[in-house]
Design a protein around this ligand. Sequence first.
Ligand code: NAP
Length: 282
Amino acid sequence: MVKKIKLAVIGSPISHSRSPEIHQEFADQAGIDIEFSKVELSKSNLDDWVHSFFLDGGKGLSVTLPFKEDCLSLADEISDRAEITKAINVLFNSKGKILGDCTDGVGLVKDLTINKNQSIKEKSILVIGAGGASRGILPSLLEEAPKSVVVANRTVEKAERIAKEFSSKASQTSKSSNLIASSLSFEALKDFEFDVVINATSVSTNPSQNLNLDESVFRNTSLALDLYYSQAFTPFMDLADRAKVPTVIDGWGMLVEQAAESFLLWTGFKPDTAELIAKHGE
Ligand code: NAP
């Protein structure tokens, strides 16, 4: 009998995760048998649980908030792109070693540029948030040669650190040599205009939290994206919609695209994403 491929998504909170159904759809396309679980962990049991999972024959893990940075130290080896992002959203067993990679950035850029037909070349981009998701998407955004990328965060020092780190990386690549990633406090945002505003904070995961963003941040914005995915508009998306931003989207397309890249790493099969992305909300 062919054994099922053992996969899981880990995070906290995790109940909202739609990864199991996405990967089941990919497995059906591939004709592969998988067992996919959702596992809520805490920082204190993360290390033990991940090592036991792989020792027990697990093939791959999808990693979501808040563990993307913590999982770096759990991998035996990490990919070049995870080395740059310093965040991991996928772990997998390759010949007995735990490898870590980051597919968030490529997932986001594929969704924006191919599925949504939105170029970010020469655009001024604001990324709000400086956690794992922000780290995961910044190098891929910079690769698209935008005019500028600004990072703003509640804890300004974290935005400063990330902006400094990615500016120096941007200047090392010929494609993005004219780019500056800089950081701003939320208060300072009112003095700037952005073509693209991305919410990479975790506020949308909790209805009792609020970003306290002023609507004026969207005054010249043509695209607003909340990396969170939900069937209804999030407060961030509502605010952008009220400010008459022409295109307001959530992270569903990115989620499906990053998952497809992860599924490829786990199984060698590249899934078709179009139908699943079109089924958003169902
Ligand atoms: P994380 O590492 O825990 O980072 C959380 C970020 O949110 C930090 O910058 C934090 O600021 C900020 N934040 C939290 N509460 C806040 C509040 N009340 N006000 C202002 N800022 C607040 O989380 P993550 O992994 O980066 O995930 C962030 C979001 O991206 C989540 O919604 C996640 O679902 C989404 N995501 C989606 C995809 C996709 O495929 N669509 C992929 C990855 C992530 P401080 O530094 O000040 O704490």
